[in-house]
Design a protein around this ligand. Structure first.
Ligand SMILES: NC(=O)c1ccc[n+]([C@@H]2O[C@H](COP(=O)([O-])OP(=O)(O)OC[C@H]3O[C@@H](n4cnc5c(N)ncnc54)[C@H](O)[C@@H]3O)[C@@H](O)[C@H]2O)c1
Length: 1617
């Protein structure tokens, strides 16, 4: 064997870790020599087997050929599926079965070849197989090499969590063969680097420094193939390999050392958990999409920030750690696009993360523990430190809030971080210079990091750190720059300075062999910021630069070859950075440069002066021309051709723009602040802020050359500034603006504006360039100040701000910071005096002052709290992004029914209704029409917009507001509505056909005529209504109106009922006040939906009652719909929106069952075109707009679109589904787990559909369902197999099983069964035992109840029986019956409704109030017995029939009358009260018993005893319920035979009369009511049916098949009479 060089590391007293390259022969020899056995088993995963198994087999044979012992040992191997899902009980069983089948015994030696998954799983198998066998770790991922293989921790996952079951079991050897890393995917490599960086960060600064500087080499080591076993011996090792190995060995050594001291993780070993407290919590949410190391990387930064917040760690260290992790392509914050773009990232709420952290092994009791770094290379304690939740929460929160008040550290003395401008210039100068320069006080921020990384990428200099990172040592490259590798882009984020400076720097790059251009790019905002004038200047000087995307912006492709030099002309009115960029590079041009600035006013001269001053320090003197005649300075600069000579040390001045914030805080809070390192001698223009802005505002300013002290006037005494030119200090204008917002004192006399402006005006000019900074800052200030109620005006080169007293500023504002550090810090200043100001994106300060929030608290003395923005918290906890008390706004054409629908909606939601037209008339003291005639349309629109604004403010919650039809004509109103809809509450567009509107308007005169054809108005406004609304409601009242007066009362009543019911459903659902979801979903009762596969639903509506029998929802297969013009079309097709809306509305008229809105593409088994994803999502949008209860989306659609949809779903639930049409998915495989995981992240319900090829596939399906359902967070799961073989899975599935019906034209999927078929099969399979039901009472022989219930059972295929049990007494026979195991339920009638109560365990609240029971329900207990519940469904029967029978014109009745005072009267009282009636009259012949009933109810029911039926002491009743026998009433006056029903009882103009008596069919009350116009009637049998349906539902959990049951009952009724 050729020489193999091994580095050994000792662990727990044994040198068992052997490291090197290409070790396979060595490993096998070592194992055979030192671990003798009859059997060697290699376990690996299939990915690795493919790459390396052969080599192991061959080398084993080779090693055995020299074997001299007895019988040759055998070598067997087994590869399992790769991925975390294999690390499970099932995975362990697979391996154990393999060992047992191959007759392995205790002497077996197991080799675990693979990543951490294999190491953990195989280690655990080894730990328990035959009570433990010997094993070796042969890690193949970096993570496994440096972490999981070292330490002896082995484990498997369960659905309850990761690594919950395992053992400590030390391997005999750990063989680290770094050559395996050459095939490892680079993301997996980075994943391991997170652990390497972590170990160095807690333990060894030298190691950390080599990681910081060596990333390019380390990547090179794994990216360059080591041919011919290069690296096996030390002599063949490349320097990259050496570095890689030393990094790995270094990391392992630390871990081995810690493990040796503390094997069982009691103290020291906790240190390796740095980054893991928070990292694990993140991982729990994002696994497995985001890898362990990636989560730990973010965790490390967050935990380092916790340490910084506690004052334990410096920002320098946080900056280094951040930079280092980024260098290995690891994410460092939760806003990293790799994380933020995931749907699951919405679940990363502060509370959720804290909750997960609660169950961390390190915690002591409820206190959380975090490993705190004190500097790079060491920790605060030798263990994890207890940290308060509030500190962690603050770090995790995306937003910050300052607790307003006086700074407790007053007088404040502080310095500010190094200047960003000077830091960037110094880095470029030192990199281009010759010699070594030590940069001190460098700003450690995003921007400077970007600059440094770019210079490293260009190999322009070498960077290292000294003094724990306080000093950056730059070894200048003297202007030698190299091309980055081909395809590598230099990413600059949103760093404007770096982008501008590097544009010229990149022209200096030397040509190379491997690439031909340098590409610089940035984030989306950077790609909008200008760089055009600079590129133009360089191009005309001969450089080759191309815009790769947008003209004038990044990304750029820059050809190498040097800068020509000579005369360069540059337009410098937009950014001084262009000028500095050329100045900095000019000494390296081929010819001396003469830079001439053109284009008028040069912007920000101080920055140009700064660059020139710094160039001088680095040895290059720039000369500026002067006008020979006047001596005035010209915009022409001469730069000699030379090279920079680096000073040995350069101290970076603190940032003057940053200094403006603490100084402004002193100004606004009336306190004192000294900035110790900014004075009048500063290079930076912003140093003038104190003198030029704060002093004239009334502050006392003392400035020396190096120090500035500001003392503010008492709070509220700042002066406005009049005009101020901020051109020399443009970045400070934001700070000035927030002060101006509260500057209410007059300006100094010499600054007063003499142009009639109000006294409190501050006019800031000279800052036009601020429109193209990180954001349009002028606009940003105007918009955000408006939130406080501060008025402003935009000017061409600035803005005006009108100061307002602090007390009048709106509190609790949430400030959007546009990812702009200066916006965030400026508004922090205002937050010091305005209560509860929230800064939304706290992290944006990282650009220039990463520890701003910590300094605010620790150095200035203002407490800062973390705030979780509602958007994130809400979207994860409740789907509704809108607060469900937010008022509903109704818009639509005049005459579309807004007021009518609005009123009904308000009633059903229990809210107040406001009609904007009425408000208008009240306010203007005139009608709309008259107003328009007098003042014209414009004045009307203005007034209308004004009222809209007021209403949305004053009635913003718990109202329903109906607006005038023309409100959308005004752009201002449209904006208001859109904003309202996005942030506050639903805006509902009432959709009504134009023909109906025209018909309706023909009769209308109250409001102004259009003056143009209604159709034109309709066409113009419809798009606006759409644009401004969040929902659409189709109004069907038109259909009602069309019905002639001759229509039967029943039909009129029926339609009114549909409308009322649909309004209640729609508004209840979209406001989330009463989402119309299927109650059985997620309960013990199985739930079903019927798949509607019609091209047009309307012909089926007549059979709906039959079709929907038993089901909980309807699935509308939208992809199968065909509009009339496409009837018969079979290929791919997209139905028009209007058609889908009509279909939905038609279904809604017939049923309130929830709708499952499904669109399947061709490959998903449907007929929506595969390439029309956008159109599919437009349809899903429609589903949300129309308040569909469920939307079924395939998870194969694009994740981004799915996420967007989920974000806006409101109370609609998402069914995330996966259909495997390939037939390849195995229910016990890894794929289905992955699909389930993804679907569970997106959906409220998960649907997975596979295909059964054998009966057994149904059992593996059930095992899968059982295993995932055990998790406490499990989502309801629809899991079925398609095909004939899979039918049984549809029977056993309990969540939303899709069913068909014999009447349907086609099955939606192969193997679909009907509801009835499923129930019959469930019974045969022992899933649905037959039950007995009874009617208890006497006399009952002619009761229709048995017909009612038995018909229902039969239609639904339920095996139950309902019979009569006639007894006079409630005795033991009843008791026995109720206790029998097959008792299913009982109806109770006269005379037992009260007597039954003592036999029951409990009553429902309804039954308790009514005081009588008509339904007994057995509730099953865990011990197999049942308890008995008493309910009363009579009141439901009464209420439902009244709702259905009340004429629509009756509006919302206020008074009702009940005749009689028996048990039924009590149910009637309860029903009337539930309908919201304010007056209930009770009439009974015997007054005392009447009063007795009244007294049994709360006084709030407002029941009065009526003396007569002729007059009522209050409003006339529009609901009349008779509860006395038919024979007890009469129409004949003056007889003693019964209660006489007089005409006067119907004095209300509309109403409904109900007689509870079954016989005669037409009682005196009903016959008289029938002859009253405007009155509808309800018969006793109607109520009986209705209460029976409710009983049926309570007993079986399923809706009773109404129409068939009703037909049979009526048939029976008539047959008896
Ligand atoms: N026991 C411990 O102390 C400990 C510590 C940290 C992590 N872990 C565990 O480690 C597991 C993660 O380990 P991992 O990150 O190594 O993942 P892994 O084992 O899943 O491997 C990652 C992927 O890379 C592939 N792969 C592995 N080596 C390869 C190679 N050389 N070439 C090509 N492909 C290769 C694998 O097939 C797999 O698809 C987790 O289960 C975690 O809980 C354990």
């Amino acid at each position: 064997m050729e020489a193999i060089d091994i580095t050994k590391v000792s662990i727990i007293g044994k040198e068992s870790i052997h490291c090197g390259f290409h070790l396979v022969p060595y490993i096998l020899k070592c194992v055979l020599d030192t671990l003798p056995s009859s059997t060697y088993v290699l376990f690996t995963d299939t990915n690795i087997a493919e790459l390396y198994l052969k080599e192991f087999e061959t080398e084993f044979q080779e090693a055995c050929s020299q074997y001299t012992g007895g019988k040759k040992p055998r070598f067997i191997s087994y590869a399992i599926a790769p991925g975390e899902t294999s690390k499970s009980r099932e995975g362990k069983a697979q391996l154990e079965d393999f060992l047992l089948t191959h007759a392995c015994t205790r002497d077996t030696v197991i080799l675990a070849l693979g990543g951490g998954v294999i190491g953990d799983l195989v280690g655990f198998v080894a730990a328990t197989f035959m009570r433990g066998v010997r094993f070796c770790q042969i890690p193949t991922t970096l993570l496994a090499m440096v972490d999981s293989s070292v330490g002896g921790k082995t484990a498997i996952d369960t659905p309850h969590g990761k690594n919950l079951i395992g053992a400590f079991w030390q391997p005999e050897y750990i063989f680290i063969d770094a050559s395996f890393l050459e095939t490892l995917p680079s993301r997996e490599f980075s994943n391991g680097m997170a652990e390497v960086v972590k170990t160095a960060a807690i333990w060894n600064e030298t190691e950390f420094a080599s990681l910081e500087s060596g990333h390019a080499e380390i990547f090179a080591a794994i990216q360059t193939p080591s041919v011919g076993h290069a690296g096996r011996s030390a002599s063949t090792r490349s320097k990259y390999q050496q570095l890689l190995l030393s990094v790995i060995v270094g990391s392992i050594s630390v871990k081995a050392h810690i493990v040796t001291i503390d094997e069982r993780e009691t103290g020291l070993r906790n240190l390796v958990n740095f980054g893991h407290t928070i990292g694990h919590a993140i991982e729990a949410v994002l696994t497995p999409t985001i890898l362990h190391g990636e989560c730990v990387s973010v965790g490390m930064i967050l935990e380092a920030e916790v340490a910084r917040q506690l004052g334990v760690l410096s920002q320098v260290a946080v900056g280094r750690l951040t930079r280092c992790l980024k260098a290995y392509n690891l994410p460092v914050s939760l806003s990293d696009p790799r994380i933020a773009n995931l749907p699951a990232s919405r679940l990363l709420t502060v509370q959720r993360l804290l909750d997960i952290m609660k169950i961390d092994k390190k915690n002591s009791g409820p206190k959380k523990k975090v490993v705190l770094l004190s500097r790079i290379g060491s920790t605060f304690e030798q263990k994890a430190t207890e940290v308060q939740d509030s500190v962690i929460a603050k770090t995790l929160s995306e937003a910050a809030k300052i607790v307003s008040g006086t700074p407790s550290r007053h007088p404040v003395t502080m310095s500010t971080p190094g200047s960003k401008s000077i830091s960037n210039r110094a880095m470029v100068l030192a990199a281009l210079g010759k010699g070594t320069c030590r940069l001190k006080n460098l700003l450690h921020s995003d921007d400077t990091q970007v600059m440094m990384s770019a210079l490293i990428e260009l190999k322009g200099a070498r960077f290292s750190w000294e003094d724990g990172g306080d000093t950056l040592v730059v070894e200048g490259g003297g202007g030698d720059l190299s091309l980055p590798p081909k395809g590598k882009e230099i990413y600059l984020g949103n760093a404007g300075t770096a982008a501008r400076f590097l544009t010229t720097v990149c022209t200096l790059v030397q040509p190379g062999e491997h690439a031909s251009e340098t590409i610089i790019t940035g984030n989306a905002r950077m790609k909008q910021r200008p760089v055009g004038p600079l590129v133009d200047a360089l191009r005309s000087n001969g450089s080759e630069i191309k815009f790769r995307e947008t003209e004038g912006c990044l990304p750029l492709s820059i050809a190498p070859g040097g800068l020509k030099g000579g005369r360069i002309q540059l337009a410098a009115s937009v950014s001084s950075q262009y000028v500095s960029s050329i100045l900095l590079c000019a000494p390296y041009a081929a010819q001396p440069v003469v830079l001439e600035l053109t284009g008028g006013q040069v912007i920000s001269q101080p920055y140009i002066d700064m660059t020139i001053a710094m160039m001088r320090t680095f040895g290059v003197a720039v000369e500026r021309d002067t006008d020979p005649e006047t001596g005035a300075l010209l915009d022409v600069y001469r730069i000699p051709r030379t090279a920079y000579v680096n000073p040995s040390e350069y101290s970076i001045e603190s940032d003057a723009s940053s200094a403006t914030y603490p100084l402004a805080i002193a100004a606004i809070t009336g306190t004192t602040c000294t900035i110790t390192n900014i004075g009048s001698a500063s290079l930076q223009g912003d140093a003038r802020f104190a003198k030029d802005v704060l002093e004239p505002m009334g502050c006392n300013v003392v400035q020396t050359e190096t120090e500035t002290t500001v003392t503010g006037p008492p709070v509220g005494h700042l002066r406005a500034l009049g005009y101020v030119d901020m051109e020399p200090m443009t970045d400070a204008f934001l700070t000035a603006s927030v002060l101006a917002a509260v500057a209410t004192k007059e300006p100094l006399s010499d600054r007063v504006l003499r142009d009639g402006s109000v006294k409190t005006t501050t006019r800031i000019g000279g800052i036009a360039n601020q429109r193209v900074k990180e954001c349009n800052r002028i606009r940003a200030m105007i918009d955000q100040l408006a939130k406080f109620g501060v008025e402003t005006k935009e000017l061409d080169d600035g803005l005006e701000i009108y100061g307002k007293p602090v007390e009048e500023l709106r509190q609790g504002c949430s400030i959007h910071c546009y990812d702009d550090h200066r916006v965030a810090m400026a508004f922090s200043v205002l937050g010091c005096v305005v209560k509860d100001t929230v800064l939304e994106e706290k992290r944006c300060v990282e650009k220039t002052w990463p520890d701003w929030w910590d300094d605010l608290e620790n150095k200035i003395g203002l407490k800062v709290e973390g705030v979780e923005l509602a958007s994130r918290a809400e979207s994860s906890s409740s789907p509704a992004s809108q607060d469900n008390t937010g008022s509903v706004v109704i818009i639509g054409m005049r005459g579309s029914g807004k007021s009518f629908i609005g009123q009904m909606a308000a009633r059903s939601l229990g809210r107040e209704f406001v009609d904007a037209d009425v408000v208008f008339e009240e306010r203007k003291k005139t009608g709309v029409r008259a107003f328009v005639q007098e003042h014209g349309w414009q004045a009307f629109r203005d007034a209308e917009a004004e009222i809209l604004k007021d209403l949305l403010g004053s009635c913003s919650t718990k109202h329903v507001i109906s607006l005038g039809g023309g409100v959308v004509e005004s752009p201002a109103s449209r904006e208001l509505l859109k904003k309202y809809g996005q942030t506050h509450g639903p805006v509902v567009h009432i959709v009504r056909e134009i023909d109906e509107i025209v018909k309706y308007l023909g009769e209308e005169t109250a409001r102004p005529a259009y003056g143009e054809p209604v159709e034109d108005v309709f066409r113009r406004r419809e798009p606006w209504f759409m644009e401004c609304s969040t929902h659409g409601f189709v109004n069907y009242t038109g259909v009602l109106q069309q019905l002639s007066s001759n229509d039967t009362a029943k039909l009129r009543g029926g339609s009114a009922h549909d409308t009322r019911r649909e309004i209640a459903r729609f508004f209840g659902h979209i406001t989330a006040q009463k989402p119309n979801l299927a109650p059985n979903l997620g309960s013990d009762v199985p739930s079903y939906f019927l798949s509607l596969t019609y091209p047009d639903i309307t012909p089926a509506l007549g059979h709906f009652s039959e079709l929907t029998a038993g089901v909980d929802a309807l699935e509308l297969r939208v992809d199968l719909l065909r509009a009339p013009n496409a009837a018969g079309l079979t290929g791919p097709y997209i139905p028009p929106t209007s058609y889908v809306m009509e279909q939905l509305a038609a279904i809604r008229r017939s049923t309130t069952l929830p709708i499952v809105f499904t669109v399947r593409s061709a490959t998903q088994g449907g007929s929506h075109p595969d390439n029309a994803e956008m159109e599919a999502f437009a349809l899903f949008e429609l589903a949300l707009r129309t308040g569909c209860e469920y939307v079924d989306v395939e998870i194969s659609w694009s994740e981004k679109r799915l996420r967007d949809l989920v974000g806006r779903k409101g109370s609609t639930q998402i069914i995330a589904s996966w259909h495997d049409w390939s037939g390849n998915m195995k229910w016990d495989g890894a794929e289905v787990k992955e699909k389930y995981r993804l679907a569970a992240l997106l959906g409220d319900v998960v649907k997975i559909v596979g295909e059964a090829t054998s009966f057994n596939d149904n059992f593996t399906l059930r095992t899968f369902v059982d295993s995932v359902s055990r998790s406490p967070q499990a989502k309801p799961l629809i899991a079925i197999n398609m095909g004939y073989e899979g039918q049984i899975s549809r029977v056993l599935n309990t969540t939303f099983s899709p069913v068909t019906h014999p009447l349907l034209n086609a099955k939606a999927a192969p193997g679909q069964l009907s509801f009835k078929q499923i129930q019959i099969t469930r019974h045969l399979l022992g899933q649905l035992p037959a039950k007995r039901f009874f009617l208890l009472g006497t006399p009952i022989s002619s009761s229709p109840s048995p017909t009612l219930h038995n018909t229902g059972f039969e239609v639904l295929g339920l095996p139950h029986k309902y019979g009569l049990f006639e007894t006079k007494e409630v005795d033991d026979s009843i008791k026995n019956l109720l206790g029998s195991p097959d008792f299913g339920g009982a109806s109770v009638t006269i005379p037992h409704k009260l007597a039954i109560i003592p036999l029951l365990d409990d009553l429902t609240p309804h039954a308790k109030i009514i005081g009588a029971v008509n339904t007994v329900i057995p509730l099953h207990q865990e011990n197999g017995e049942h308890s008995l519940f008493g309910d009363n469904t009579d009141w439901v029967g009464i209420r439902n029939t009244i709702l259905a029978g009340l004429p629509i014109e009756a509006g919302s009745p206020t008074a009702g009358l009940i005749i009689g005072a028996g048990g039924t009267a009590r149910a009637a009282i309860y029903a009337l009260h539930s309908l919201g009636l304010q007056h209930i009259y009770l009439y009974n012949r015997t007054k005392t018993s009447g009063q007795g009933v009244i007294d049994a109810f709360p006084t709030s029911y407002n029941i009065t005893l009526a003396d007569s039926l002729y007059v009522f002491n209050g409003p006339s009743p529009s609901i009349i319920v008779s509860t006395v026998p038919g024979s007890a009433t009469t129409l004949a006056e003056g007889t003693a035979d019964g209660i006489c029903i007089p005409h006067e009882i119907f004095s209300a103009s509309q109403g409904v009369a109900l007689d509870m008596a079954y016989r005669p069919l037409e009682t005196p009350l009903l016959s008289l009511a029938s002859s009253q116009p405007g009155w509808n009637i309800i018969r006793g049998v109607d109520v009986l049916l209705e209460q029976g349906y409710e009983q049926f539902r309570l007993w079986t959990g399923h809706h009773c098949p109404r129409s068939v049951v009703a037909d049979r009952v009526w048939e029976m009724y008539h047959s008896i009479s």
